[in-house]
Design a protein around this ligand. Structure first.
Ligand code: FE
Length: 233
């Protein structure tokens, strides 16, 4: 078996949210699929350890919000690397409450659909929930983010399109080779050849020159949580 084959499966990027009584929670998920069209049935796979799993199991409802390609990493990090057990994720995001009581994230999203759980399958570490669509809305016309885009472009691993111009600019700013640093919390890698344009850190800025107030764009960890990863080549 060659596990590398799995890297060739394609996915999207979504926020799956649910509720339990008056509490709301949501998480990033890439495993969202339309299974049938009459009725519209959607399958999602959710880790049993996640709070969202507990909420879906309780309310039998879930909403899928479709992330746009230009969503900033910090927004994804809010739902992807923080747990709702210690943080109220919905406190600082725009959302709407649907008829069922389920929240739908509207910020950075192309639209949403809400479903009522019709069946669920125990898959060991995860549960696959099958839901029939009850409510849906298109919020804007934009390009949806793919899982591949998130990994290759947003997380700063070297994109094929990285222009030579950026490398030249980078070498002007600092003598000696530039260094990559990795977040010890979420494994995001700061690559100085790319910078963090979402936060005004231009390509070519060495890690050492980033302001101390800067935080990991994925999980919000501080600069001190970063460790040396390797030299830029
Ligand atoms: Fe991080």
């Amino acid at each position: 078996m060659d596990p590398n084959i799995l890297h060739n499966l394609s996915y999207g990027m979504y926020i799956v949210s649910s509720f339990k009584e008056s509490e709301l929670n949501g998480q990033v998920a890439n495993t969202v699929f339309q299974i049938t069209s009459q009725p519209v049935t959607i399958a999602i796979s959710i880790n049993k350890k996640n709070l969202t799993h507990e909420f879906i199991a309780a309310s039998r409802r879930f909403t899928i919000s479709i992330l746009a390609e230009d969503t900033p990493l910090i927004f994804i990090g809010k739902f992807g690397f923080k747990t709702g057990r210690t943080e109220e994720k919905f406190k600082s995001v725009k959302y709407t409450t649907l008829t069922s009581g389920c929240p739908a994230v509207t910020e950075n999203c192309i639209g949403y659909l809400e479903a009522k759980v019709a069946a669920s399958f125990d898959c060991g570490s995860h549960t696959v929930f099958l839901g029939q669509m009850q409510e849906s809305k298109v919020l804007k016309v934009a390009k949806p983010m793919t899982y591949e885009y998130y990994h290759q472009v947003k997380r700063g691993t070297t994109p094929e399109t990285a222009p030579t111009y950026i490398r030249e600019e980078a070498s002007k700013k600092q003598a000696g080779p530039l260094k990559k640093y990795r977040c010890s919390v979420c494994n995001y890698v700061y690559d100085p050849l790319i910078g963090d344009p979402d936060f005004g850190i231009t390509a070519g800025t060495p890690f050492e020159q980033i302001p101390a107030t800067w935080v990991c764009p994925v999980c919000g960890a501080g600069k001190n949580d970063f460790v040396f990863e390797g030299l830029c080549t």
